[in-house]
Design a binder for this molecule. Structure first.
Ligand SMILES: CCCCCCCCCCCCC/C=C/[C@@H](O)[C@H](COP(=O)(O)O)NC(=O)CCCCCCCCCCCCCCC
Length: 252
């Protein structure tokens, strides 16, 4: 189903950004539509597995990344993050802002060019719609906006891999900050790194974290992560290669 008829989306996301009430995502028409095949958002048995499964539907047969599903995956992740506590709301707010920009492109008059990440990159570069060296006319280009989420996806991959191989004694805050230091932090200013580092200390311990995932026993969580990680890695790598080929990995 297309996003174009879902006029509630923009209003809904704007409200969401203002209120930072990510739980309201479940009431958004977009979320119901985009996740219809993977997450029953009104189902109390909502689990992180279903969110991660969304990344399965991101890749087409010829390895193109469907923007609609990519965005849906991110919405689910943000929703999950918000269930961890309000200390993460500044991170959620930035992620939601970026998701909203991409949804606006999908719903805009040039939405047909935004069906896949590949078509988006080609369209924006061919039409000089991207700031390549310094921020200027196109602060909301799809290319630079998606790049920020793409870098965060690398953090997620590293963090989930640490969770998968962790022991009962492992600390989520340490796993999270190690993953962050190896990836996203390199693109963040000092003040953001400080704020993120502080927020990580508020992460619940491993056992609670696994409970919130709502996947089952720790063994089931580990198995689920083992299944989901290769999919996330593939989406990440396809996007990374595309951006590298087009020389747009450092967009301002
Ligand atoms: C569960 C713990 C959540 C930890 C999240 C780790 C990521 C920390 C990111 C800190 C970002 C701080 C907010 C501001 C960022 C912006 O400066 C910066 C640059 O944007 P600009 O170029 O437009 O200025 N933005 C970004 O880099 C995009 C960040 C997007 C972060 C999305 C994080 C979503 C995390 C989802 C958690 C799901 C956890 C699932 C685990 C089982």
């Amino acid at each position: 189903m297309s996003l174009s008829n879902e006029c509630e989306i923009k209003d809904g996301l704007e409200t969401l950004v203002e209120s930072q009430a990510i739980g309201e995502l479940a009431n958004l028409a977009y979320f119901r539509v985009a996740m219809a095949d993977s997450v029953a958002v009104e189902d109390p048995k909502f689990t992180l597995q279903e969110v991660l499964d969304t990344f399965k539907s991101c890749l087409s047969e010829n390895k193109e990344v469907f923007l609609e599903h990519y965005v849906a995956g991110w919405l689910g992740l943000v929703r999950f993050m918000n269930s961890l506590g309000s200390v993460f709301s500044f991170i959620a707010k930035d992620a939601v802002n970026k998701i909203q920009i991409l949804i606006n492109h999908l719903n805009g008059e040039n939405g047909a060019h935004y069906v896949t990440v590949q078509s988006m990159v080609k369209y924006e570069l061919d039409n000089q719609l991207v700031d390549l060296t310094k921020r200027g006319s196109f602060p909301e280009s799809g290319c630079r906006t998606l790049l920020r989420l793409h870098r965060a996806l690398r953090w997620l991959e590293l963090f989930l891999e640490r969770l998968r191989t962790s022991t009962e004694e492992s600390k989520t805050s340490v796993m999270c900050s190690e993953a962050y230091n190896e990836s996203l932090s390199q693109h963040h200013a000092w003040i953001i790194r400080k704020a993120a580092g502080t927020a990580f200390w508020a992460l619940p311990g491993r056992a609670t974290f696994f409970d919130v995932m709502n996947v089952g026993t720790p063994e089931q969580v580990v198995a689920m992560l083992g299944d989901a990680l290769p999919l996330i890695s593939e989406v990440y790598q396809v996007t990374e290669d595309l951006y590298a080929q087009n020389n747009i990995l450092d967009l301002p």
